[in-house]
Design a protein around this ligand. Structure first.
Ligand code: 13P
Length: 250
């Protein structure tokens, strides 16, 4: 049985004091839950949020460097993330691939480095609207998944979370239908089974992301292949995110 995992990707939002306020209330609101709840604030707020010592909510970063340290101006190493108390890190988000030239090879490097330092990567894959229209969805996610997991040891696979985020569904209010998301996620799971084996494919958790809201989370989570969600906009608001993580009792 895979434990559901819902993560909030705050992107470039919230000051340190806003982050503290949201996390304090969120941690209180999720004490009763048996799923994993993760927040990914901007780098500037990580230290303060870690210092809260939240008992239930886990903390992730939104990116990590391809290097462990050295002359990489503006970068943050996995050691620094572990130092402040992060346990997750989003890798290869489509916004990083689109705006910052992140390649499949860099995503793979980051996955290796994150695992080396005990961080759980949340690896993002997903097709653009043009790719979807051209019928390339499965080809794209299969190739991104294979690239991300190149050289990863079988026993580390369950440490990784995959997020299927169709680019056209991010921040647009458009969601893939729950059945559609389930099918693509099933294809990603089959790819993991092909690279490794069925046992680890059955263990790895795969989220859906893209306009997840309180009113569509239940339908998404009811799908057999969908193990959680990576939530952008709706994770910035305490009421909305609390409703999402409480999807079982909404
Ligand atoms: P939205 O939930 O705002 O569509 O963002 C999804 C996302 O990109 C999460 O990483």
């Amino acid at each position: 049985m895979r434990k559901p995992i819902i993560a909030g990707n705050w992107k470039m939002h919230k000051t340190v004091s806003e982050a503290i306020e949201l996390c304090e209330s969120l941690d209180r609101a999720v004490q009763d839950l048996e799923i994993d709840v993760v927040v990914c604030p901007p780098f500037t707020a990580l230290s303060a949020v870690c210092a809260l010592g939240m008992s239930k909510v886990k903390i992730g970063a939104q990116n990590v460097s391809i290097a462990e340290g050295g002359a990489y101006t503006g970068e943050i190493s996995p050691l620094m993330l572990v130092d402040v108390c992060c346990s997750y890190v989003i890798i290869g988000h489509s916004e990083r691939r689109q705006h910052f030239g992140e390649t499949d090879a860099m995503v793979n490097q980051k996955v290796h480095l994150a695992l080396k330092h005990g961080l759980h990567p949340i690896v993002c894959v997903g097709e653009s609207l043009a790719q979807r229209k051209a019928g390339e969805t499965e080809t794209v996610v299969v190739s991104q998944t294979k690239a991300a997991f190149a050289g990863v040891a079988r026993e580390q696979v369950p440490e990784v979370v995959i997020a299927y985020e169709p680019i056209w569904a991010i921040g647009t209010g458009e969601t893939a239908s729950a059945e559609d998301a389930n099918q693509v996620i099933g294809t990603i799971r089959k790819t993991i089974a092909q690279i490794f084996d069925q046992e680890v494919a059955d263990q790895i958790r795969i989220q859906y992301g893209g306009s997840v809201k309180p009113d569509n989370i239940q339908e998404l989570m009811a799908q057999p292949e969908i193990d959680g969600a990576l939530v952008g906009g709706a994770s910035l608001d305490l009421k909305g995110f609390t409703a999402i993580v409480h999807y079982q009792t909404q």
